[in-house]
Design a protein. Sequence first.
Length: 261
Amino acid sequence: MKGLGGKVAIVTGGAASIGAAIVRSFVEAGARVVIADIDEAASLALARELGPNALAIPTDISKDASIEACIATTIKAFGRLDCLINNACLYLDRGLASTREEWHRALDVNLIGHVIMLRESLAELRKSRGSVVNIASVGGKFGQAGRALYPAAKAATLQLTRNQAVELAEFGIRVNSISPGWTWSQPIERATKGNRAKADRVAAQIHPLGRVGNAKEIADAVLFLCSDAAGFITGTDLAVDGGYSAVAGDGGHPITARLSE
Ligand SMILES: NC(=O)c1ccc[n+]([C@@H]2O[C@H](COP(=O)([O-])OP(=O)(O)OC[C@H]3O[C@@H](n4cnc5c(N)ncnc54)[C@H](O)[C@@H]3O)[C@@H](O)[C@H]2O)c1
């Protein structure tokens, strides 16, 4: 991907699944990357594997002091910041039964943590005329019974991306989101006990491309949005969802014929 060599990126939640794929892809593109994840052991293991261009800075994005330390350590280590990837998440969600405390915990990670990450990165992103990618979800676009916390945060992420893009355009900072469909990742691996074929079979019912996505496919989209190739793209959402958001409740198969049956 053009224009990423020598750049510095922070990936929140970069120790696992989609985040780890984003970290790997940045390193492969010649960038230096901070793994800003609450899971210290997994962050350190990934950084060790990837070498000097990956740095683990264990970070809890629900704590302001931890975020401030993450940005300060990044600048101390790498001297600049070009790309902020807000990817960390908490799948905590008990729908309408969720308590106020659960709402606060979920929004703190899935929404507010990302906003504070941006606020604290702003001075450096202004210097580099950098790029921000917020990871949203198909879950933030459609109604689904039994869920509330996660989709509310993701819908807000889609809206905040537009606000941030407009507000920061004057500094040359681009802000976009990506909405993945179901992606082969730790949560889906756990749910299927590692059965990729089963994940693909179930996903095929709602993803026209007939499978779950790969974390690398989300990472490729992130790198594109951070690259020179996306220099005139801001305030938009890129669906990387195998067609999930292109179909309506009819599953893409016209049911108008049933009207005259
Ligand atoms: N997996 C999917 O199918 C899917 C679909 C749509 C959107 N997404 C989005 O993609 C992103 C990555 O999802 P995933 O499935 O790879 O998640 P995951 O659960 O595999 O990884 C999330 C990472 O975030 C870290 N994290 C949790 N709380 C944190 C905190 N307070 N501070 C810092 N790090 C913290 C975890 O330690 C973990 O490494 C999320 O934003 C998610 O909403 C995922």
